[in-house]
Write a new protein. Structure first.
Length: 131
């Protein structure tokens, strides 16, 4: 596969990886399992138990496991045709997916800030006496 095609695949495959990792570790639909994992991470008596359950609460950590699944499903490799290509592709996908998630977090924070400011302005307008 030509390098240009490999690069396109890199940026495209990182999208669902970031999406899955973010959804599992942040969104409301997975809140109950995530809270269970947080409790188990905090209360586990073994280091292995704490680390295992932590994986489901950290988007960076979880993205590694999602990436392994995607690399296995797509047989995607980068630069090399052998095992080194899988290694390079895995870490590259993790890196790009985490850039996507960071950008998404910044956008969501800005949107939330704008929404809260608009709600505050609306409350202020309603509380002002009208002439």
């Amino acid at each position: 596969m030509p390098l240009s095609t490999q690069i396109v695949w890199l940026f495209i495959l990182a999208i669902p990886i970031g999406c899955i990792a973010w959804t599992v570790t942040h969104e409301e639909v997975f809140r109950e399992p995530r809270e269970f994992c947080k409790r188990r991470c905090r209360d586990s008596k073994t280091v292995a138990g704490r680390k295992f359950f932590y994986l489901f609460t950290c988007e960076y950590c979880f993205s590694h496991y999602v990436t392994v699944v995607f690399v296995a499903l797509t047989n995607y490799h980068l630069l090399f045709e052998d095992w080194r290509g899988y290694l390079v592709s895995g870490f590259s996908l993790i890196f790009i997916a985490n850039i996507y998630m960071s950008l998404f977090a910044l956008i969501r924070t800005d949107l939330k800030k704008v929404r809260l400011e608009a709600e505050k302005d609306e409350k202020d307008d309603k509380s002002k006496p009208r002439s």
